[in-house]
Design a protein around this ligand. Structure first.
Ligand SMILES: Nc1ncnc2c1ncn2[C@@H]1O[C@H](COP(=O)(O)OP(=O)(O)OP(=O)(O)O)[C@@H](O)[C@H]1O
Ligand SMILES: [Mg+2]
Length: 228
């Protein structure tokens, strides 16, 4: 009897950092390079709603995406912090179950633009919501094989972004100093998570896009033997 060998499990690589650190930029570049190098890969982020070969599930994921990400600021604020924690947990849970796990099992690599780490950091600095609750609602998600932590101070992140939303100041105000104070506290929380995570931490202050990409691609070859 011939046994069909199972495809080698894919790897999941994610990027974390404060708002404007360059996560989406690096994630897109890594995905492109993996694909160009012939590694089957998908890029997963807050705009991904496609469930492979399943229009019905894709339509369902799209409806949840609309509820979570395509709403105006007034609606968002009216719903409250606990609702958003649970809504985000629902979103990450669906992505994990319907997109990420099946891809990994089929031998496809997953680049996840921004896993739950930044959300956990935001809730850790939010006194209205228990940090333990936030940790628990994400605890079942697939553990990444590699986490790139793009470290940058809030002031430089703001220069890169140019503008910001109320959420990105933790609803603390509308001035640059509000963004900077809040994002620096989120950064401090990410640095605490880094201590127990085995993350690959890169100080990207003053690093251009090509240098960030080159450094990350070397780490990918070194840590996961994935050459691009
Ligand atoms: N290494 C870099 N040097 C300078 N600018 C950069 C660099 N990387 C990204 N940028 C620019 O900074 C801005 C923020 O980048 P990006 O959207 O990738 O950040 P992000 O971490 O995904 O932010 P968010 O948390 O808001 O999603 C973009 O305009 C991007 O083109
Ligand atoms: Mg982004």
């Amino acid at each position: 009897m011939t046994v069909t060998p199972h495809a080698k499990r894919g790897r999941i690589i994610t990027v974390t950092g404060i708002d404007g650190a360059g996560k989406s930029t690096l994630a897109a570049r890594l995905y492109q390079a993996l694909t160009d190098a012939g590694h089957p890969s998908i890029l997963v982020g807050k705009h991904s709603t496609e469930v492979s070969m399943d229009p019905e599930l894709s339509a369902y994921v799209d409806r949840l995406n609309e509820l979570v990400y395509r709403r105006d600021a007034r609606v968002a604020q009216a719903c409250g912090d606990h609702y958003w924690l649970l809504a985000l947990a629902a979103w990450y849970s669906l992505q994990d179950t319907l997109v990420i796990r099946p891809a990994l099992a089929a031998g496809t690599h997953v680049i996840l633009d921004n896993a739950q780490h930044k959300i956990l950091a935001r809730y850790a600095v939010n006194e209205r919501v228990s940090t333990r609750l936030a940790e628990q609602v994400f605890a079942h998600l697939t553990e990444p094989d590699l986490v790139f932590f793009l470290r940058i101070g809030a002031r430089e992140a703001l220069r890169r972004k140019g503008e910001f939303t109320s959420l990105e100041t933790g609803h603390s105000g509308a001035e640059d100093k509000d963004f900077i104070r809040y994002q620096d506290s989120v950064l401090a929380q990410l640095r605490e998570q880094e201590q127990c995570g085995g993350w690959l931490s890169l100080d990207v202050t003053g690093m251009d896009r090509d240098t960030v990409y080159k450094t990350a691609s070397e780490a990918l070859a070194d840590r996961l033997q994935l050459t691009i």
